[in-house]
Design a protein around this ligand. Structure first.
Ligand code: HSE
Length: 312
């Protein structure tokens, strides 16, 4: 095989109280990545072609490039490769754009070289790509992008573990993406505003919410899931980065959303619904919320995605 292509969907991370622990793959957008062997001079060079010129194409600053670099190092691969990234996921808005490229790159590379890496380990490789935008590895978006559905990340020093739960079929999401200018390495910026010390009562609140969300996914019960989506730690620290946050949230709830939270590190907001019946009304309410602060936004109604796939 000379080349291999994979596609991976966008995702939302955190779902309120599950900072760095929860990811949900969404079927709104996807990135495609083609990895090709081009020649062998024993140097293992990586060249990157990007459909979005705003994304850096040096392997050290590109999420797909970082994944390939680490896999080449670990498996002693010295063939020169070319990576072609076709972006479908908007970059820098909190819907797992860097993760989608990283997940697709990990899957394509694994298949191209027949490395037979198990799923947990492949998520770890994909997380290498997050360093490009977050300055650090986090696993929530990449695990969802790769494995699909709702994923719980067990982050422990001894072993990482990613557990996938199939979302209920009636779970509907509305994402509102505001047209804000976002800083380069936006996730790194959004992580830098978070508190280092947290009151115990807020920790209890978030553990209770996170446990309720997992129970809701296990029971396939949208109402239980959405009862847990309330974050006392991360959102209060980040909401000032999202003009219109309060109106968007309030408007969406008034229009019938069961829960609303920041999607990943933002600035997109995501609403959770039990039916697509009132999705358009919720979407319009979110657009109106952003507009009240003079910000235009786009909305997307979507459902959970099955995760990354190989392309023929
Ligand atoms: N858990 C990460 C964060 C997700 O909130 O910084 C980034 O998409």
């Amino acid at each position: 095989m000379k080349s291999c292509s994979a596609a991976a969907p966008c995702s939302t991370a955190n779902l309120g109280p599950g900072y760095d622990v929860f990811g949900l793959a969404l079927d709104a957008f996807e990135d495609k990545v083609k990895v090709s062997r081009v020649s062998s001079d024993g140097e293992g060079r990586i060249s990157i072609k990007n459909s979005d010129q705003a994304i850096p194409s040096t392997p050290e600053s590109n999420s797909a490039g970082l994944v390939a670099k680490k896999m080449m190092q670990d498996f002693g691969i010295s063939y020169n490769i070319e990576i072609e990234v076709t972006k479908g996921v908007p970059t820098g808005y909190g819907v797992g754009s860097s993760a989608a490229s990283a997940a697709a790159a990990a899957m394509a590379f694994n298949t191209l070289y027949d490395l037979k890496i198990d799923k947990n380990r492949l998520v770890e490789y994909a997380a290498e790509g997050e360093v490009a935008s977050a300055g650090t590895k986090h696993y929530d978006n990449v695990s969802a992008s790769l494995l699909g559905g709702f994923v719980v990340c067990r982050i422990a020093s001894d072993r990482l573990q990613f557990t996938r739960l199939e979302p209920p079929k009636d779970l509907v999401l509305v994402i509102a993406v505001p047209w804000l200018e976002v800083p380069k390495k936006k996730t790194e910026v959004a992580r830098s505003v978070l508190p280092k010390v947290v009151p115990l009562k807020d920790v209890v609140h978030n553990i209770s919410g996170a446990a309720t969300i997992v129970a809701g996914f296990a029971l396939k019960d949208v109402e239980t899931i959405t009862k847990g989506i309330d974050d006392a730690i991360i959102e209060p620290a980040r909401k000032h980065l999202i003009p219109g946050y309060d109106s968007v949230k309030q408007n969406a709830i008034s229009a019938g959303a069961l829960a609303v939270t920041i999607s990943g590190a933002g600035p997109s907001m995501i609403a959770f619904l039990k039916t697509s019946k009132n999705a358009k009304t919720v979407a319009a309410a979110m657009v109106k919320g952003f507009k009240e602060t003079g910000i235009e936004s786009r909305t997307f109604v979507c459902r959970a995605s099955k995760g990354a796939r190989l392309l023929a």
